[in-house]
Design a protein around this ligand. Structure first.
Ligand code: ZN
Length: 386
């Protein structure tokens, strides 16, 4: 295994408070040494050990690669027309998912795989080094299992989302579809999935209520999968407290929360993952990050990249939104997009740059991480290829 010294780092975010200043563990004039796929050393450049190779980033900032803990990247087709209609006044209710389901079922494995790899490369070019990828546009036993097989080629963080919506052909038989999801579909998908997820939104005719969500998550957990869910996107509902009760790694969206939801999250190890690209792309009110942070809830940021409600793969864009629209500080937003995402995936090797962590390094074409929000829309971040 060969070692590489990365030097010339104006500002290094480690996310290890013991290694540097503040909650981000910030070091200036720093260096790090990578050994194979792991970080071997971090510290002041002047004290850096020698290594087999050397990369000089010439006064740029280095941060942990972004952890995008929520994406839906196995799909075909696009919904630009639906987006245009929404921007012309048609409200979002999740109904357009059926359009993507039809296109995805009609696509070949090769087409789905190629589109997925293109999106993963797009995310990586913007600094994302860990991605969670969900199924949820197949909604048959075979189509969900193949989505997860294809996703597993690019990430270990694969999520079975057969309970995304009730597909149109099952609209008259919700119970039958739930039996399929918790029975044969789960059985076919569990070998390719790490997580189970459900779109819990009792106000939407397309999604699932609390009892239905509980059945899906309990079945997934019994099959050995970790629990995560979509809740609180369109209104207050039972999903957040259900997630906490089932020890979900994360409850995602959390735009609409009761005080009891916030209290439950604060006294749990469940992360609240905010997806502000969705509110941006659906012209909806943003979640209240300050309320969650004040209560002591662990907050993550992710893209929710999907063809309907938010088609961005850019974590820097989400960081800029979180700072401008969610009231987060630049440091809070960066932490949530890296270490917060790692907690949402229960992956302690990601989201930090400290000895033993994965060598997932993002370099910014800027002297400080603050530029991620200070220069919105500018492509500053990229994964460092070592
Ligand atoms: Zn989602």
């Amino acid at each position: 295994m060969s070692t590489t010294l990365v030097t010339g780092i104006a500002e290094l975010v480690t996310n290890e408070p013991g290694l540097g200043a503040g909650p981000l563990g910030l070091l200036r004039d720093a260096a790090l040494v990578v050994d194979g796929d792991r970080v071997a050393w971090v510290g002041p450049a002047a004290a850096a050990p020698s290594a087999d190779g050397r990369v000089d980033v010439e006064g740029r900032a280095v941060v942990p690669g972004f952890v995008d803990s929520h994406s839906h990247l196995v799909f075909a087709g696009d919904r630009a027309a639906e987006f245009e209609a929404r921007m012309t006044g048609t409200p979002y209710d999740g109904g357009g998912i059926a359009t993507t389901v039809a296109a995805t079922r009609a696509a070949s494995d090769a087409e789905l795989g190629a589109r997925l790899r293109r999106l993963v490369a797009e995310a990586r070019a913007q600094g994302t080094t860990t991605l969670e990828v969900k199924s949820g546009y197949g909604l048959t036993v075979d189509d969900e299992a193949r989505a997860l097989r294809i996703a597993a080629e690019v990430t270990p963080h694969t999520t079975f989302l057969g309970a995304h919506v009730v597909p149109p052909e099952c609209a008259g038989d919700r119970d039958g579809y739930l039996r399929l999801v918790t029975g044969p579909m789960l059985e076919a998908c569990a070998p390719h999935a790490r997580w189970v997820d459900v779109f819990c939104e009792p106000g939407s005719a397309h999604a699932f209520d609390g009892d239905e969500a509980r059945a899906v998550l309990a079945a997934g957990r019994a099959a050995g999968l970790g629990v995560r869910l979509h809740a609180g996107q369109l209104g207050v509902g039972p999903g957040v407290r259900l997630g906490v009760e089932l020890d979900a790694a994360s409850v995602d969206h959390c735009t609409f929360l009761s005080d009891a939801d916030v209290d439950a999250l604060a006294s749990s190890s469940t992360v609240a993952t905010l997806l502000p690209g969705v509110e941006f792309s659906t012209r909806s009110p943003y979640p209240d990050a300050r309320r969650l942070l004040a209560a002591g809830v662990t907050v993550a940021l992710a893209t929710d990249c999907n063809p309907g409600s938010c088609f961005t793969s850019s974590m820097p864009f989400c960081i800029a939104l979180a700072v401008r629209e969610l009231g987060m500080t630049p440091a809070e937003a960066l932490w949530s997009a890296t270490a917060g995402g790692a907690q949402a995936l229960r992956d302690p090797s990601a989201g930090r740059l400290a000895p033993g962590a994965k060598a997932d390094v993002a370099v910014l074409d800027a002297p400080s991480f603050v530029h991620l929000a200070y220069r919105p829309g500018v492509p500053l971040a990229s994964a460092l290829e070592l």
